[in-house]
Design a protein around this ligand. Structure first.
Ligand code: ADP
Ligand code: MG
Length: 352
């Protein structure tokens, strides 16, 4: 059911506005965004539609086509673990005296590293801002910061700003290299002959499960021992000389090497060098598997099938411990590649 129809069904009238926001796949640059580094996200076709109207003051009525029971919340409530927390947190960007009716329909699988949470928070902040005439909705960086604050401060997930910037700025198929310290970004045009294909591992996870926060704490402790600046400010040589535990060294090596792969990947795109881009994807996956320990055996298997089916490169994308795999293939080889992949891994779901 569309967001518009769900709104009509839930509230008996048409919404005042409908906002569409894409999901994103990160091509290279994993766990660099909260370490002051670079990322290379691309917006994807699967998206979320948010139908919204002003409602009775101080309250939010929230329905989602993907969650069975609608949620009635007060705007001064705290997060309580319900699926509607992200919507509520985003609505709380504006005065608690406003009231809202919201209906959501999303094609982005949640808890899968394709940024359903950022698409929802950014989409709600944009749509609600337009309805109340708030200037925030004119500035993608401010929207992204407000959406990050929903996850960091309201939900309690210590995520970086990549997802929110990507979905606030990009349209489906567009890619950017983003400096997460300055929020400066360059548009990067993907060669028309390339296709980034996303498959789902079947393993869902929530960023607030704790393992994401563990990685963040490990990075912080390594950064402190290296001198206190964000991890991406250091190079691999200074890492070798520093006195770190084996675990801290491996975590820092992933983040620092991953950060170097981002501008290299951008250059590979600009020179349309698919084999080089594929090698960088493979290196990124190995680093997430061996140094950052965030892949799973199912994900490793999918990556290996993608490669043996003929992809230039393949890697897990997103925060890890499940979620999705992205692979690079040429458009003219896509059908043959998908047939080989599906023969070898028939249960693995194609996302886009
Ligand atoms: P992701 O990698 O998809 O961003 P997160 O764990 O960060 O995963 O966010 C998932 C959360 O976002 C869900 O638990 C839910 O609260 C919210 N969410 C995602 N999709 C929907 C949806 N279709 N309707 C309502 N809330 C959603
Ligand atoms: Mg998320």
């Amino acid at each position: 059911m569309t967001a518009h129809d769900l709104f009509l069904l839930s509230f008996g009238e048409a919404p005042q506005a409908v906002q569409t926001t894409p999901g994103r796949v990160n091509l290279v640059g994993e766990h660099t965004d909260y370490n002051g580094g670079m990322v290379l996200p691309m917006a994807i076709n699967p998206h979320v539609d948010i139908a919204i109207s002003i409602g009775p003051p101080g309250r939010a009525s929230i329905a989602s086509a993907q969650f069975e029971t609608a949620s009635e919340r007060r705007l001064d409530e705290r997060a309580n673990g319900d699926w509607s927390d992200y919507v509520l947190g985003a609505l709380r960007t504006y005065a608690e005296t406003f009231g809202w009716r919201v209906a959501i329909d999303s094609q982005i699988p949640h808890g899968s590293g394709l940024s359903s949470s950022a698409a929802i928070t950014v989409g709600v902040i944009k749509a609600a801002g337009k309805l109340v005439g708030d200037k925030l909705h004119d500035d993608a960086r401010k929207i992204a910061r407000a959406a990050q604050s929903v996850e960091n401060d309201f939900i309690g997930v210590p995520c970086g700003i990549m997802d929110q910037m990507a979905v606030a700025v990009l349209n489906a198929g567009e890619c950017m290299m983003l400096d997460t310290q300055t929020l400066d970004f360059d548009a990067v045009s993907i060669p028309p002959a390339w296709r980034f294909v996303v498959h789902h591992s079947g393993v869902y996870r929530r960023l607030n499960e704790g393992r994401y926060a563990d990685r963040q704490a490990e990075c912080e402790s390594a950064a402190l021992k290296l001198g206190g600046k964000p991890l991406c400010s250091y190079d691999l040589v200074s890492l070798e000389a520093a006195s770190l535990s084996d675990l801290e060294r491996r975590r820092a090596r992933h983040v620092i090497s991953e950060n170097l792969r981002v501008p290299a990947a951008r250059s590979a795109i600009l020179s349309e060098d698919a084999p080089l881009f594929g090698r960088l994807m493979d290196d990124s996956h190995a680093s997430m598997r061996d140094d950052f320990s965030i892949t799973t055996s199912t994900i490793d298997k999918i990556v290996s099938v993608a490669r043996s089916s003929g992809a230039f490169g393949s890697r897990m994308t997103g925060g890890g411990f499940g979620g999705c795999v992205v692979s690079l293939v040429l458009a003219c080889e896509l059908d043959a590649w998908r047939k080989r992949f599906e023969r070898a891994a028939p249960m693995v779901r194609f996302v886009c």
